[in-house]
Write a protein that binds this ligand. Structure first.
Ligand code: ADP
Ligand code: MG
Length: 237
C-alpha cells in the first residue's frame, strides 16, 4: 500500500472511492487478449499512461469512474480498451439491437478522433463502430445505424435526433462514456446528456471524463454514477 501511495504522489495522482483496485504498471498486467495486445503494439504504445494505469483496473472491474486529467494524457484509450473487453465479454453479440458502448463527446472533431482510435482496437474483432455527429447526412447516418453497430460515438444533439428517428435504441447499451463533460456543459448539452442517460439501463457502467469539474458537472456525476472511483492526474480539476 505504501508503495502505491508514494507512486501516486510522485505523479500527482489523487484517487478516492472505496475498495479502489491497485493500479497496473504494464499492458500485460491488464490481462488483455493477444489480439488486443497486438493492436496496442501496432499503435506504438509501449506502456500505459498514468491515467491509464489507474483507470484500467477500475474500469475492467466494472466500476464507474470519474477521470480528471488534462488534454493529451491518454484518456481515450483509458475508456476504449476496457470497452472492447466489455463488448467481447458479452455472451453473444445479437445483431441490430443498438450499441453496447455509447460515447458522447462535445464536438464532431473529438467524436471523429475517438472514432479513429476505437476503430483501431475494434477492427480485429469485427466490432462495428459508428460515428454520429452534425455536418453529415442524417439519412446516411440513419442507414448506417439501422445496419447495426456495437459502438456509437456521438455528439449529444445528433444522437438524440437519431434516437427520435428510431435509427437506434439504447436497449443493449451497458457502457456509457461522457468524454470532456465540462465542454459538453459549456456547449449547452446538459439536457441532451440527461435525456440520453435516462434512456440507458440504470445498471450500466458509466465513465465520466473531464479536464475540470465545475459544480454542475459534479452534480450530474453524483446523480448518474454509482459508487464511482475518482482519479485526478496532475494539478487540474
Ligand atoms: P486525452 O483524451 O487525454 O486528451 P488522447 O487520448 O487523445 O488524450 O491521447 C493523446 C495522445 O497520446 C494520442 O495521440 C494517443 O494516441 C497517445 N497515447 C495514448 N495512450 C498512449 C500510450 N499508452 N502510449 C503512447 N501514446 C499514447
Ligand atoms: Mg480526450
Amino acid at each position: 500500500e505504501q508503495d502505491v501511495t508514494e507512486y501516486r504522489k510522485s505523479l500527482s495522482i489523487r484517487v478516492s472511492g472505496f475498495d479502489v483496485p491497485r493500479p497496473i504498471k504494464t499492458f500485460e498486467d491488464c490481462g488483455f487478449s493477444p489480439q488486443l495486445m497486438n493492436a496496442i503494439t501496432k499503435q506504438g504504445y509501449e506502456k500505459p499512461t498514468p491515467i491509464q494505469c489507474q483507470a484500467f483496473p477500475i474500469v475492467l472491474s466494472g466500476r464507474d469512474i470519474i477521470g480528471i486529467a488534462k488534454t493529451g494524457s491518454g484518456k481515450t484509450a483509458a475508456f476504449v480498451l476496457p470497452m472492447i473487453v466489455h463488448i467481447m465479454d458479452q455472451p453473444e453479440l445479437a445483431k441490430e439491437e443498438g450499441p453496447i458502448g455509447v460515447i458522447c463527446a462535445p464536438t464532431r472533431e473529438l467524436a471523429h478522433q475517438i472514432y479513429l482510435e476505437s476503430k483501431k482496437f475494434a477492427k480485429p474483432y469485427g466490432i462495428r463502430v459508428s460515428a454520429i455527429y452534425g455536418g453529415m447526412s442524417k439519412l446516411e447516418q440513419f442507414k448506417e445505424l439501422k445496419s447495426g453497430c456495437e459502438i456509437v460515438i456521438a455528439t449529444p444533439g445528433r444522437l438524440i435526433d437519431m434516437i427520435k428517428m428510431k435509427a437506434l435504441t439504447m436497449l443493449r447499451a451497458t457502457y456509457l462514456v461522457l468524454d470532456e463533460a465540462d465542454r459538453m456543459f459549456d456547449l449547452g448539452f446538459e439536457p441532451q446528456i440527461r435525456s440520453i442517460v435516462g434512456q440507458i439501463r440504470p445498471d450500466r457502467q458509466t465513465l465520466l471524463f473531464s479536464a475540470t469539474m465545475p459544480r454542475k458537472v459534479e452534480k450530474l456525476a453524483r446523480e448518474i454514477l454509482t459508487d464511482p472511483v475518482r482519479v485526478t492526474v496532475g494539478e487540474v480539476g
